[in-house]
Design a protein around this ligand. Structure first.
Ligand SMILES: NC(=O)c1ccc[n+]([C@@H]2O[C@H](COP(=O)([O-])OP(=O)(O)OC[C@H]3O[C@@H](n4cnc5c(N)ncnc54)[C@H](OP(=O)(O)O)[C@@H]3O)[C@@H](O)[C@H]2O)c1
Length: 212
């Protein structure tokens, strides 16, 4: 069965998910972090793009400061040519890290023991798309998945229809033109269905459920 996929991210009021040059910005307030870490505690796998790992170096764990749980979600990384930083923090935990790569890409034996830290799944093409990732997740038995960014990965999963829910936390800050927008180019506008809104501390949470 296809996993349930929630796309989750935080942004400014003007829809930016990072500062100038892709530098991470803390958009989430305490209430949103509690929500996100609770969601992580109920998730089999968190998926991100290679740039998010190499730029932000997130741990992608459930932080007890925000939510207490012993659950450690697995991590999936979209990385066509396997150029993820082998010293990234995500690799420092006893869990599966699945890297979705293009055809024929293998771990280089001198890449800091990466081989022992990851499971590589190769697509049949020179690229990785969300359809391939979803099929592999299904084969591997994952049932609940969170997509946590960045922009390109969010754009792929949402524009290719591989999502069930989208949660966007809007922070009361304006980043301006230099910030990184939440979406990349789309061939056509995407109509998503009705929005559910709730106040979360000084920000607003928007949830969208896919209408079949
Ligand atoms: N505010 C938030 O909630 C939040 C959360 C996470 C990240 N961010 C921000 O997002 C920014 C990074 O976003 P980004 O767009 O540069 O990178 P990204 O989405 O993290 O990673 C994109 C890279 O993943 C690889 N990839 C492989 N298959 C892909 C596919 N089907 N779709 C998309 N990507 C695929 C591509 O590299 P290859 O071609 O080399 O494979 C691509 O360049 C950072 O500035 C970070 O701070 C914000």
């Amino acid at each position: 069965m296809r996993p349930h996929i929630t796309v989750n991210f935080a942004c400014s009021l003007d829809g930016r998910i990072a500062s100038k040059g892709g530098r991470a910005f803390k958009f989430s307030n305490y209430e949103d972090l509690v929500r996100v870490h609770k969601m992580r505690s109920e998730t089999d796998m968190i998926i991100v793009g290679k740039n998010t790992i190499n730029l932000d170096d997130p741990k992608l764990v459930v932080n007890p400061k925000y939510y207490k749980s012993n659950h450690l979600p697995d991590v999936g990384i979209l990385d066509t040519n396997l150029t993820v930083n082998p010293k990234a923090k995500v690799f420092g935990y006893p869990r599966n890290v699945v890297v979705f790569c293009g055809r024929d890409i293998k771990v280089n034996s001198d890449s800091n023991d990466l081989e022992s830290k990851i499971m590589v799944r190769n697509s049949n093409d020179g690229y990785v798309d969300s359809y391939f990732v979803v099929k592999e997740l299904e084969k591997l038995g994952y049932t609940t998945v969170m997509i946590e960014g960045g922009r390109s990965v969010i754009t792929s999963f949402v524009s290719e229809g591989n999502w069930d829910e989208i949660s966007i936390f809007y922070s009361p800050v304006i980043m301006g033109d230099d910030g990184i927008p939440m979406f990349g180019a789309l061939s056509d506008p995407l109509k998503l269905g009705s929005l559910e809104t709730s106040k979360l501390g000084d920000g607003v949470l928007i949830k969208i459920k896919k209408e079949f």
